[in-house]
Ligand binder design. Structure first.
Ligand SMILES: Nc1ncnc2c1ncn2[C@@H]1O[C@H](COP(=O)(O)OP(=O)(O)OP(=O)(O)O)[C@@H](O)[C@H]1O
Length: 807
């Protein structure tokens, strides 16, 4: 069903959606008309689940008295209801919960008067300020205000001209106020700072923010923020999406009332698509789902970033109608703020107020939409009859007609005239904001359930990854051959040496060394695949999840640790499957020793690399969650130094001393050392010797070591027994010189460092080459890798948490 099929008239949002029923009593409704009974100290035990910065502090006597006074004043302000204000332009019915007066324009200035009892917003009709009509708030006892004053938000940016970091103001002294039971549209040219302002109101921006953000008549405010991109789980059905939102929002309750889900599905016109996956829903339907989700948390302040962008006018009207209905609940006062682009006139006038921000991030206008045209006429900027008024005001705000019109409107409009003393007596938004404390285990189990369903529906990706790794393994084994793993790099036996022609010895030695190095390449390549694929797979998928996480975490659905544990657990099957497929296939198809413990160690090392890579990928994604291109670049760049300093390309002992620290930080160094030890240690040469002995059926073959072997080869090639072959080049033919030089190089390579250690036992040449002096290196490397993994996971957690908190 598409949006058009839903009759707007038939769509009614039952105000009961937001009613507090028995199940909801655990949530204080947040209003301080009776602050003592609402205070955390006297609430039910379940209300302890709700935390505010002040939750453990008694309300000060002065504050309590002030709230009482305000409450009484509110009651006194209840006057005859005039619920409908006729649009001055086209007669559209406009609900107005604000108070305004009619009268002559006296000083030529329109002031937004802020009074605890009456919300006074300038009303201009036919060129004169409307100072007499007083429209009461439907339920003044429960109404509340959100007030902001002199909001400046700045970011630090690098200025290429001056080559300096400079501060740039995005919001420039915004002031205003909104009240409960009102829908306010925020408009302004692109880049004016609308989304930034919404994030400020949603307490998602702290750094670089100055000014006051206060609330009145409410001591616990729940904020729900719906970002521009809906941040929905696309593989869940509409019903599942709402059900999980319901379960997560009521995770503190022993049971969950699913009637609420049914009610929302019906009232948001989602019945016919209840079993459709979110990915298949239209833009308008997704917007409605996004809004519906946030109602489970019973927000007092619902902030919607561009809820109508990309929708046709019919869907747009439908969404606006839904929003309007939400604030009609007399029992549950709620304020809604939404940014909106290019609304039609009919949609424009549906809002109680419009807040227009200029291109410089400054106040331009805050008031009823119907009063905008008279204001423009009054300052001789009438809207052309063929021009759309919303478009016209945006053009003015964008300075398309120069800065003069902006200045003229700004002179007419002033923000709330609230003194600093008065503001100081009000509680700040941050103080009153409710952050629910969610139970770790329960919300983790719900998230596991949700992500398990998503994982099971994502089998195509699983399939592609498995096929990809199988193809890579086949390709690799075919390229390296099926006997690459047979070479052990162990010293040749003296028996062979004595009875083998020199040129055959040369070939044998050369082949042995090359085979071992090739095998190392093959296995090291596997580690690189694990590292790079682990990072890139995470970086490609995680940023999307990060946006959803950011929305759900900041709206108080669950804690960061719940999400992180869930993500780690859900990723485990693939983290195990991919390295297992690769390692088992390569191990068996390239002729590695038929010893399962080596295969198990190799598998363990590859899996560890894969886990660490996933952690690094998640950290990179979190850091660059808003810059996918940078994230992709970082995903490619981060593994490079790890590989370079892994000891494979440049031996650790040959690195300049001032670069060795980089090697210590490289996971690949430990993975590579562990791999070498597991593959060539654990008596592999002993094993080969026995195998050799059994094959040739000789029991008394001496076991040479490299220490014996290489000098022996040199003396064999140099019949005079000269230990310094360079001096006896004369008389040798070119081949002999070449062979001798080869062995000399090999000897130098092996004998270069730690000779006494390296040759103290019977080991593969690769042990000597990399100065690995015992099987214990495997255990050391594995322990370091485990510590590495733990550190990466902890750092990743804090990177994500920091990102969530800073926005
Ligand atoms: N963290 C930041 N660092 C640097 N610049 C920023 C940052 N956040 C916002 N801006 C800049 O602030 C300005 C306002 O951005 P914002 O997204 O709030 O505008 P907007 O009015 O919502 O625009 P649009 O209607 O196009 O969505 C833009 O120029 C944007 O580039």
């Amino acid at each position: 069903m598409n949006n058009q099929q839903i009759s707007q008239d038939s769509l009614t949002i039952n105000s009961d959606i937001l009613n507090l029923d028995d199940e909801d009593n655990y949530m204080d409704n947040g209003y301080n008309d009776n602050p003592i009974s609402n205070s955390p100290q006297t609430s039910s035990p379940q209300s302890d689940q709700i935390l505010t910065d002040k939750s453990k502090e008694p309300l000060s006597a002065a504050m309590t008295q002030q709230h009482r006074n305000q409450s009484m004043a509110n009651t006194a302000a209840t006057v005859a209801t005039v619920p409908v204000l006729k649009s001055i332009v086209n007669g559209t019915n406009v609900h107005a919960n604000y108070v305004h007066r009619t009268g002559p324009v006296d000083s030529g200035k329109i002031r937004m008067l802020v009074n605890p009892n009456l919300i006074k917003i300038p009303s201009i009709m036919n060129g004169s300020i409307n100072n007499n009509q007083v429209l009461p708030i439907e339920n003044p006892a429960k109404s509340f205000d959100v007030i902001w004053k002199d909001i400046v938000y700045s970011v630090r940016q690098f200025n290429r001209a001056t080559l300096k970091m400079e501060s740039r103001n995005i919001l420039n002294g915004l002031s205003g106020q909104i009240s409960s039971n009102q829908v306010t549209a925020i408009m302004g040219p692109s880049g004016a700072g609308k989304s930034t302002f919404l994030e400020v109101l949603a307490c998602r921006k702290n750094v670089g923010l100055t000014g006051c953000l206060n609330v009145r008549n409410i001591n616990q405010i729940r904020i729900a923020y719906v970002p521009q991109n809906n941040c929905l789980m696309e593989l869940l059905t509409v019903y599942e999406t709402l059900t999980f939102a319901c379960r997560l929002n009521y995770s503190t309750m022993p049971t969950v009332n699913y009637n609420r889900v049914e009610k929302l599905i019906t009232e948001f016109g989602l019945s016919e698509i209840r079993d459709t996956k979110v990915a298949r829903c239209s833009g308008g339907q997704q917007k409605r789902i996004s809004i519906a989700l946030e109602l489970f948390s019973k927000p007092n302040l619902l902030i919607l970033d561009e809820p109508t962008t990309g929708l046709d006018s019919s869907s747009c009207s439908l969404v606006v109608k839904i929003i309007r209905e939400l604030v009609r609940n007399p029992k549950y006062p709620m304020a809604v703020l939404a940014t909106i682009h290019q609304p039609s006139w009919s949609v424009f006038t549906e809002f109680d107020n419009v807040y227009i921000i200029s291109h410089k991030g400054e106040n331009l206008y805050l008031g009823p939409p119907q009063e905008l045209l008279p204001l423009l006429e009054k300052i001789n900027l009438p809207c052309d009859r063929y021009n759309s008024p919303p478009d016209y005001i945006i053009e003015i705000a964008a300075a398309d007609y120069g800065s003069k019109p902006i200045e003229l409107i700004q002179q007419e409009f002033q923000g709330p005239q609230l003194g600093d003393d008065e503001l100081e007596q009000l509680m700040t938004m941050a103080e009153t904001r409710v952050i629910r404390k969610t139970p770790l285990l329960k919300s983790t189990l719900i998230l596991l359930n949700r992500h398990g369903i998503i994982f099971s529906r994502n089998m195509m990706i699983v399939f592609y990854r498995v096929i990809g790794i199988i193809l890579l393994s086949v390709w690799l084994s075919v390229t390296f051959g099926n006997s690459i793993g047979e070479s052990s790099g162990c010293p040749l036996k003296k028996l062979q040496l004595y009875h083998m022609p020199i040129d055959r010895l040369n070939t044998l030695f050369e082949e042995e060394v090359l085979s071992v190095m090739q095998n190392n390449c093959c296995l090291f390549f596997g580690l690189i695949v694990g590292l790079i694929s682990g990072i890139t797979t995470t970086v490609l998928g995680f940023p999307r999840e990060m946006h959803t996480l950011m929305k759900e975490y900041n709206n108080g659905w669950y804690s960061c640790i719940s999400f992180y544990v869930t993500k780690t657990i859900i990723d485990i099957p693939m983290q195990l499957a991919i390295p297992s497929i690769y390692t088992v296939y390569i191990y068996t198809s390239t002729g590695q020793p038929n010893q399962y413990f080596r295969e198990a160690y190799l598998l363990l090392i590859t899996i560890m690399v894969s886990f660490v890579a996933e952690g690094i990928g998640a950290a990179v994604s979190a850091i660059f969650m808003r810059e996918p291109t940078t994230a992709a670049f970082a995903a490619g760049a981060v593994p490079m130094p790890m590989i370079l300093f892994g000891g494979f390309l440049v031996k650790y002992s040959r690195m300049p001393f001032y670069m060795k620290w980089a090697s210590w930080l490289s996971l690949m160094k430990y993975a590579y050392e562990a791999m070498i030890t597991s593959m060539y240690g654990f008596d592999r040469c002993q094993y080969n010797y026995e195998l050799f002995a059994s094959r040739v059926n000789v029991s008394a073959i001496e076991k040479p070591t490299w220490a014996e072997y290489l000098p022996f080869m040199l003396t064999t090639l140099n019949p005079n027994g000269d230990q310094n072959p360079d001096e006896s080049l004369t008389g040798m033919d070119e081949d002999e010189i070449a062979i001798r030089q080869l062995y000399t190089t090999a000897f130098d390579a092996v004998n270069g460092r730690n000779a006494s250690k390296a040759f103290s036992y019977d080991v593969s040449i690769i042990f000597s080459y990399y100065n690995i002096d015992g099987d214990w290196v495997l255990y050391r490397s594995l322990i370091i890798m485990v510590i590495y993994l733990i550190i990466v996971k902890i750092i990743t957690y804090f990177v994500i948490l920091n990102k969530l908190k800073r926005g």
